[in-house]
Design a protein around this ligand. Structure first.
Ligand code: PEP
Length: 253
């Protein structure tokens, strides 16, 4: 039976060049995670190796923000799972809505990336999310079920033990977003739990962590983490400052 942990991650997005990233990693390096908390940080690729090396003895996991599914070849500008793994990363964000909206990622390319990450021992942190018009039309659940089922398509039980699914309403992330109401997140996550259990089995032997992300802050983090089907949070802006990130983690530990 997988134990329930509380996951807290921060996605630095296209922020922090190597100098700033190294300083932030140095600040995180001696942080003692509260028991039962699993933390991760996803720096930009230019800082991945440095941050992973600074945090190699820390329980804070380091991940990339995206990758390509081929291992090598004529794919100018892309980086592959083995390259990310060689930099010392243990996980990778896949399918973030900013990648889906601005860089043409689809449900099926996310699935190829998930499979490639798993082949190279990287834990896929799979982002799914509904658009504002889908939310307003009341079809969020259909979108999220489709994105989840396709992302997990073809995975073995061993693979399913590695994945994390992160619900990030597109209308709730970034400075133009507003945090989703906890009762709505609870309803969505309960339905998502049944989607992942349909895939991984209902016996509880595999508990796929389901995280929420979208304008998480000091003011609301505990409201999300308290929900029974929410296993943690992905934080953007509120977690970029390492002191703030550590204090957010401590607040749920
Ligand atoms: C995100 O974009 O993944 C995110 C969680 O951002 P924020 O917390 O800034 O809304």
């Amino acid at each position: 039976m997988d134990q329930k942990s509380v996951w807290v991650g921060t996605n630095w997005k296209m922020n922090k060049g190597p100098g700033e990233a190294i300083a932030a990693a140095d600040a995180l390096a001696s942080f003692k995670l509260p028991e039962g908390v699993r933390a991760f940080v996803t720096p930009p690729l230019t800082s991945l190796k440095d941050v992973a090396s600074i945090l190699q003895d820390s329980p804070v996991m380091v991940g990339a923000q995206t990758m390509y599914w081929e291992d090598s070849g004529a794919w100018t500008g892309e980086v592959s799972a083995p390259m990310i793994a060689e930099c010392g990363a243990s996980c990778v964000l896949l399918g973030h809505s900013e990648r889906r909206q601005n860089f043409g990622e689809t449900d099926w390319t996310v699935n190829r990336k998930v499979q490639a990450a798993l082949r190279h021992g990287l834990r896929p942190l799979i982002c799914i999310g509904d658009l504002l018009d889908e939310y307003e039309a009341g079809v969020s659940q259909e979108t999220l079920a489709r994105q989840t089922k396709i992302a997990l398509n073809g995975l073995s039980r061993e693979d399913l033990r590695q994945v994390v699914v992160i619900y990030e309403p597109v209308w709730a992330i970034g400075s133009s977003g507003r945090p989703a109401d906890p009762p709505f997140v609870s309803e969505i996550h309960t339905k998502l739990r049944s989607v992942v259990e349909e895939i991984a089995g209902h016996d509880g032997s595999i508990r796929i962590p389901l995280l929420y992300g979208g304008s998480v802050s000091r003011a609301n983090i505990r409201d999300y983490v308290a929900l029974s089907d929410v296993d943690g949070v992905l934080i953007g802006r509120a977690g970029w400052d390492p002191e703030d990130f550590m204090s957010l983690i401590a607040s749920v530990g």
